[in-house]
Design a binder for this molecule. Structure first.
Ligand SMILES: O=C[C@H](O)[C@H](O)[C@H](O)COP(=O)(O)O
Length: 228
């Protein structure tokens, strides 16, 4: 059972004619982009904004009209993946290196639909290393400050052993916490470190999470009415 594809294709049911759609990043979001692309080929008219160069390229392959963020206005619906989801629908994102653009697009969206398999739903966030985007200048010092919050920080590298750079030209530090007791507090603390651009905690941003199970069942978890 391809649970990523199952969740992604279900979420695309929420895409309607004329919408401005935010396109997430990662392997799960790619299934959603492809499904949206199929619907566009069948005559659906939407416009979209992408959260990464990778997703923008995929969307263009499917002839999905891509609008620069500056011209977007409000986004009706964003569909994106996640690395972990907790019972309050708080998230860890950024495993694919796109957390900053993803967070900006989510913040501009009326509805943020997260798509995931059951394996990413956890009681407490933190088993997945928390990605933190940092500026390259003085990153060694920023990494020391990150470590002072009780994690093991690892500067992300590419498969070839080069330092990984985000679409924004920054570095990513993967912070191994094992467990995060107070995600909202940690989010603010990390973002207060000079040199940190943003971190992968998405607090109160998801409107709903589509969870697909190996059994084929799909569950839609809804956030309390903080976004509508
Ligand atoms: O930066 C990447 C994103 O936050 C992804 O949505 C997240 O890492 C999940 O990726 P995937 O769907 O490939 O597991």
């Amino acid at each position: 059972m391809n649970i990523k594809k199952l969740a992604a294709e279900k979420a695309v049911d929420w895409v309607e004619e004329g919408m401005m759609v935010g396109l997430g990043t990662g392997s799960t979001a790619a299934y959603a982009i492809e499904k949206i692309g199929e619907r566009v080929k069948q005559g659906l008219h939407i416009r979209a904004v992408a959260t990464s160069v990778q997703s923008e390229n995929l969307a263009r392959e499917w002839s999905i009209p891509i609008i620069p963020f500056a011209e977007v206005g409000e986004i009706d619906l964003t569909i994106d993946g996640a690395d972990e989801v907790d019972p309050n629908l708080n998230l860890i994102k950024g495993g694919g290196g796109a957390l900053l653009r993803e967070k900006i697009v989510a913040a501009r969206s009326r509805q943020v639909m997260i798509i995931t398999g059951e394996n990413k739903v956890v009681q407490k966030l933190g088993a997945f290393p928390l990605p933190v985007e940092v500026v390259t200048f003085a990153h060694e010092w920023t990494i020391e400050k990150l470590a002072s919050f009780g994690c093991k920080p690892v500067l992300r590298q590419t498969k070839d052993g080069d330092v990984f750079k985000t679409d924004n030209g920054n570095y990513t530090v993967d912070c191994h916490f094992n467990v995060i007791e107070d995600a909202a507090r940690l989010h603010h603390q990390l973002n207060n470190i000079p040199g940190v651009v943003d971190n992968g905690l998405f607090i109160n941003m998801a409107s709903a999470v589509v969870v697909a199970y190996e059994s084929g069942v799909i569950e839609v978890l809804r956030a309390p009415a903080r976004r509508s």
